[in-house]
Design a protein around this ligand. Structure first.
Ligand SMILES: Nc1ncnc2c1ncn2[C@@H]1O[C@H](COP(=O)(O)OP(=O)(O)O)[C@@H](O)[C@H]1O
Ligand SMILES: [Mg+2]
Length: 580
């Protein structure tokens, strides 16, 4: 990352996050000054200590100076504690705010944005990047303030004690700055690589959890273990590399300090010979110089902390700045449902990562209060059509109307409020059965929940469970069968009590008997409701008032079952294949 880019990021970090803690920063600044003054005072006290106690043998100073030293250390310790604590609070709050923004982004952004990146990337943003920014704000800011004040005071003291010696020491300083700069560049590179590795790390581990059975049946434990080893060791190597660059400053700075002290003692000898240096000044100067070593080292490596924090902040900003296309625009009117007719007018759509259109010039008329079915081979675009209604994706051309209102001209909240969707892949939370169903409506009474379960033919198996409705289903419902999970998700959709119900192969995991029960229940339920179903078994949609045959993203034919079986070759062949 370029220097001016780092500046832009830091400016934004300050303006948007740090600025509102201005008072706390000022307080830490004042406390840092106290730390710096106490540090310089300890060095300064050696001057009277040597002079009064050792040379003049003054009794009063013999206890006054040790007392003074004890007080300076005490004040340094206390002010450092409070300055640190203050900045830890500020940085922790900023970290939490960033995490909040990332999670809010994940919750509100477009489906397509989330599909374009592995979820591990976002987890890595939340875990690692925010902690790097927190580090920048806590240690970075504190060290800049505390160490630069300390350095200024210590160098002033050095000049005060003996300007000739001070000049000599100052010459060494630019050297350390040059070293620090070159280290900063290298660390930046390593840091970027490391963050990529940390993302790969999170992605790998989230995948092996999901694929636990797959790995065992294909006996890939060894292969996956090798991958794990690779991912782990790469991340370890990167961490070593970074730490190595970080602490590489240490031997260089130590050697430099050693050279400085050696030269300094040599030069002091000459100054004392010439009568240009007093012994008490010498000790005080020596102490100041040794104390200056820590702030110099810390300031020399501070740009690494800043760089790390800034690159992490950049990654976070690039996530939360991503524009959201499908937003809830409250200035738009609410969707008003009358008959609940849904119309697709010349809809074409392609996914953002493909050029080929998934659906082409689709025209549909879905009559309100009835059941409409989409049939067609897999990959023909049925799910895509369904996903356009709640605006999970936005069609590039054409219009979708619900009771003559374009879904783009009503606010999103009112649109989605009127739609229930059950998709093929059921998502359940690690909660009770009741909790999972009530997700649709947290105010639902027990009776309403049980009624929904009856419609979904779910009550029977739930009653047989050890804790009935209070049974915990496990991560994504691992403790339930596929059919049971589907029935719970149907019950959940029923509980939402919406005029529009979308069922995307919602009964595919059920045996034909339960599928019929559920379909019947749904067709009871869908009186006065508009239901769009993609059915797994064509036999279950006989009674649909309208069936659209979809192929290659286009509507081939439509009509009811009797009409299509006579007039549509495509429908007939689909139907006959299933009967075999
Ligand atoms: N999220 C997606 N990103 C890119 N392409 C997709 C996505 N979902 C589906 N597709 C593609 O769009 C086409 C239609 O898919 P889909 O609507 O799921 O078919 P169906 O539900 O009829 O089986 C397929 O070619 C599929 O590969
Ligand atoms: Mg599908």
């Amino acid at each position: 990352m370029q220097l001016n880019q780092v500046k832009i990021i830091l400016k934004r970090l300050y303006k948007d996050y740090v600025k509102r803690y201005f008072k706390r920063i000022i307080l830490s600044l004042i406390l840092s000054m106290v730390v710096a003054a106490s540090t310089a005072a300890t060095a300064w006290l050696l001057d009277p200590a040597v002079k009064k106690i050792f040379l003049e043998r003054d009794r009063t100073f013999a206890w006054l100076i040790p007392l003074g030293i004890a007080i300076t250390f005490f004040s340094k310790g206390c002010s450092l504690y409070f300055a640190r604590m203050n900045l830890i609070i500020v940085s922790a709050r900023i970290g939490a705010e960033l995490q909040q923004q990332i999670s809010n982004f994940v919750l509100t952004t477009d489906v397509k944005t989330l599909e374009n990146k592995h979820s591990g990337n976002y987890i890595s943003n939340i875990m690692y990047d925010t902690s790097a920014v927190t580090g920048l704000v806590s240690t970075g800011v504190l060290n800049i303030m505390k160490d630069s004040f300390s350095l200024v005071l210590l160098v002033s003291l050095m000049f005060y004690q003996n300007w000739r010696l001070a000049m000599f020491a100052i010459i060494m300083m630019p050297l350390s700055m040059i070293i620090a700069k070159s280290l900063g560049k290298r660390i930046g590179k390593a840091q970027t690589e490391a963050s990529n590795k940390s993302q790969a790390f999170v992605i790998f581990f989230s995948e092996i959890f999901k694929a636990s059975k797959l790995i065992r049946i294909y006996q890939k434990e060894k292969a996956e273990n090798k991958k794990a080893q690779k991912v782990i060791s790469e991340s370890m190597e990167k961490n070593i590399k970074i730490s190595n660059i970080m602490i590489r400053a240490t031997p260089i700075m130590e050697t430099l300090t050693g050279l400085m002290i050696a030269g300094f003692i040599f030069y002091s000898g000459r100054l004392i010979d010439q009568g240009n240096l007093e012994i008490n000044s010498f000790f005080s100067f020596l102490a100041a110089m040794m104390l200056a070593y820590q702030p110099i080292r810390s300031l020399a490596t501070i740009n690494m902390t800043i760089y790390q924090g800034a690159t992490a902040a950049k990654r976070i900003f690039s996530v939360i700045d991503e524009p959201i296309e499908t937003k809830n625009n409250l200035s738009l009117p609410n969707l008003k449902i009358n008959n609940c007719n849904i119309k697709f007018k010349d809809i074409s759509f392609h996914y953002s990562n493909t050029k080929e259109k998934a659906i082409k010039n689709v025209e549909l008329e879905i009559k309100g209060g009835s059941m409409t079915a989409l049939v067609g081979p897999s990959g023909s675009g049925k799910s895509t059509i369904m996903n356009l209604i709640p605006r999970f994706y936005e069609a590039q051309t054409g219009k979708i109307l619900i009771d003559d209102q374009s879904i783009h001209e009503v606010n999103l909240e009112s649109l989605r409020k009127n739609i229930s969707l059950v998709s093929q892949d059921v998502v359940l939370f690690d909660d009770t059965i009741k909790g999972n169903i009530a997700y649709a409506n947290s105010n639902a009474s027990e009776d309403e929940i049980m009624e929904a379960c009856e419609f979904a033919a779910a009550n029977e198996f739930i009653e047989k469970m050890p804790q009935k409705y209070d049974t915990i289903v496990g991560e994504n419902g691992v403790r339930l069968s596929g059919g049971q999970k589907q029935r719970i998700s149907i019950a959940r959709a029923i509980l939402k009590k919406t005029p529009i119900i979308l069922l995307d192969e919602a009964t595919s995991s059920l045996d034909s008997e339960s599928e019929e029960i559920v379909q019947n229940a749904i067709s009871n339920l869908v009186k006065n409701k508009t239901t769009l179903v993609i059915a797994h078994r064509l036999s279950t949609i006989h009674n649909a008032s309208q069936i659209f045959v979809i192929k290659d993203g286009k509507v081939l034919e439509f009509g009811n079952h009797d009409y299509l079986i006579k007039n549509s070759a495509a429908y007939k062949s689909l139907y006959q294949k299933q009967l075999k």
